[in-house]
Design a protein around this ligand. Structure first.
Ligand SMILES: [Zn+2]
Length: 403
C-alpha cells in the first residue's frame, strides 16, 4: 500500500521541474491535456490502482515521447511491479538523450541505479551511484544506496568508507553502524585466526560507539578463548551494564566464565543478574541451580514468586513440571494454582478474540468490515490452536527454546 506513496516523492519532484519548464517554453497544445492526464495517473496511484496508472502513462508516453516525468513514472512503476527489464529499457533510453538536462539526468540515473540493484546487477548499480556522487547529484541518497550494496556484498571496509563520507556530508554520527562494521571485520579476522587485527577492529568499534555491546561480547569471547576467564567475567559484566536485554544471549558463556574464574557465590551472582534482567532463560537456569543447591521446595517457591509477578510461560511450565514430580501438599498446591491462574488470566486478557482472514488484523470485538483492509466478513472469532500432544516435556536445556 504505502510503497505507491514513495513513488510519489520522485514524481512530485519531477512534476516540479515540469511546471517550471512549462512556464519557460511553449509546449504546443499537447501540454494542458498531458498535464491533466498526468495528474489522473497520480490519482490512480493514490487509489492503489497501479495497473490503470501504467496504462495511462504508456498512452501518454506514446503521444509525447519527450516528456521526461512520464517516462520516469513509467519506469519506476515497472520496477515496482517487478518488470525490471522494461524499467531499465526506459531509464537507459532517457539517459541516452543528448538534450536531457543535468537535473533530469540525475533523476534518471538514480532510477536506473535502483533498477540494476533490483535486477541484482550490483556492479552496474555501483558505477551509477558513484557517478551521481561524482556529479554531486542526489549525493546523500546515492551514498545510502552504495552503503546498501556494500552491506549486501558484505564489503565492510567499503561500508565504513561510505559511512565516513555520509558523516561528513550530513553530520549524522553513524556511530552505531560504523561499530557494527568494525565488529563484522573483527569476526572475519577471528575466523582467519588474526587475533591482533580483531583486537584493533574491536577498539575502533568501541571508539565509534562506546555502548557497542557486540564489541564487548566479542572481546569477552576472545578473553575466554585465550584462557583469561577473569577478564572474560569482567567483560561479560560490562555487557550486562551496556545491554541487560542481551543477557540471555551470553548467559551460558557468562556462567562458564564464573566457573573457570572460581567465582565463589555463583548462585548469588545469578540472583543479582535476575534482579537486573529476569529473562526466561535466566529464570530456568536459576531455578535449576536453586533446585540443585537448596532443593525442590526452594525452586518451587522461587518460581511461584516469579510467575506471580510476570506472565512468563516458560517459567510456569517449569513450575508445573516441578510440582507434578512432587507428592501433593495442599498449601503448596494452592500457591501454584493461584500463580498459574494469574498468568493465564493476564495472557487471556491480552489475547485478541477476532482476526481478519485477509490481512491478519486482530480485534477485541467483531467488525463486519475490517478496519484495516476494508474487506467485508473477513473478521472471524479466533479458534484456539490445536496442541500437538506428541511434543515432549520441555527439556531443561535453555538453548532448545531458540530452535
Ligand atoms: Zn483485514
Amino acid at each position: 500500500m504505502i510503497e505507491w506513496l514513495f513513488l510519489l516523492l520522485p514524481l512530485a519532484a519531477a512534476s516540479g521541474w515540469w511546471a517550471a519548464k512549462r512556464v519557460g517554453t511553449s509546449r504546443g497544445d499537447a501540454g494542458p491535456r498531458a498535464d491533466s492526464a498526468f495528474l489522473r495517473g497520480l490519482n490512480f496511484l493514490l487509489d492503489e490502482q497501479p495497473d490503470k496508472a501504467i496504462d495511462l502513462f504508456v498512452r501518454l508516453a506514446e503521444v509525447d515521447e519527450e516528456t521526461t516525468e512520464v517516462q520516469l513514472a513509467l519506469g519506476s512503476l515497472f520496477r515496482r511491479r517487478g518488470e525490471v527489464d522494461r524499467a531499465i529499457h526506459i531509464h537507459q533510453g532517457l539517459i541516452s538523450r543528448p538534450d536531457l538536462g543535468r537535473e533530469e539526468r540525475g533523476y534518471a540515473l538514480f532510477e536506473l541505479g535502483q533498477d540494476y540493484m533490483r535486477a541484482g546487477l550490483f556492479d552496474r548499480a555501483e558505477n551509477i551511484f558513484d557517478e551521481l556522487v561524482e556529479m554531486k547529484l542526489h549525493r546523500e541518497r546515492a551514498l545510502e544506496k552504495l552503503r546498501e550494496i556494500y552491506q549486501q556484498e558484505k564489503d565492510w571496509a567499503r561500508c565504513l568508507e561510505i559511512a565516513g563520507r555520509l558523516r561528513r556530508l550530513t553530520g549524522e554520527p553513524m556511530g552505531t553502524e560504523s561499530a557494527q562494521y568494525h565488529c563484522e571485520l573483527a569476526e572475519e579476522a577471528l575466523k582467519r585466526g588474526q587475533g591482533a587485527a580483531a583486537v584493533t577492529q574491536l577498539h575502533q568499534a568501541r571508539a565509534a560507539d562506546p555502548a557497542c555491546v557486540r564489541a564487548t561480547i566479542l572481546q569477552a569471547r576472545m578473553a575466554m578463548d585465550e584462557g583469561d576467564s577473569r577478564r572474560a567475567a569482567v567483560l561479560y559484566g560490562r555487557v550486562v551494564r551496556q545491554g541487560p536485554q542481551f543477557l540471555p544471549e551470553i548467559l551460558p558463556e557468562l556462567v562458564a566464565a564464573y566457573r573457570r574464574s572460581h567465582v565463589a557465590d555463583e548462585l548469588g551472582e545469578l540472583r543479582r543478574l535476575y534482579r537486573i534482567h529476569p529473562s526466561p532463560r535466566l529464570v530456568t537456569m536459576l531455578a535449576e541451580r536453586i533446585q540443585e543447591k537448596e532443593g525442590d521446595e526452594a525452586a518451587i517457591a522461587f518460581l511461584v514468586e516469579h510467575v506471580t509477578g510476570r506472565a512468563d510461560l516458560v517459567a510456569l511450565e517449569r513450575l508445573l513440571a516441578l510440582r507434578a514430580s512432587k507428592p501433593a501438599d495442599a498449601a503448596r498446591t494452592q500457591a501454584v494454582l493461584r500463580a498459574t491462574r494469574a498468568v493465564i488470566e493476564h495472557l487471556g486478557a491480552h489475547q485478541p478474540d477476532y482476526r481478519c482472514g485477509h490481512c491478519g488484523f486482530v480485534a477485541r470485538r467483531l467488525h463486519w468490515q475490517c478496519p484495516s483492509c476494508g474487506h467485508w466478513k473477513s473478521i472471524e472469532p479466533i479458534q484456539p490452536a490445536a496442541i500437538d500432544n506428541r511434543t515432549p516435556a520441555l527439556p531443561s536445556d535453555p538453548t532448545v527454546r531458540a530452535a
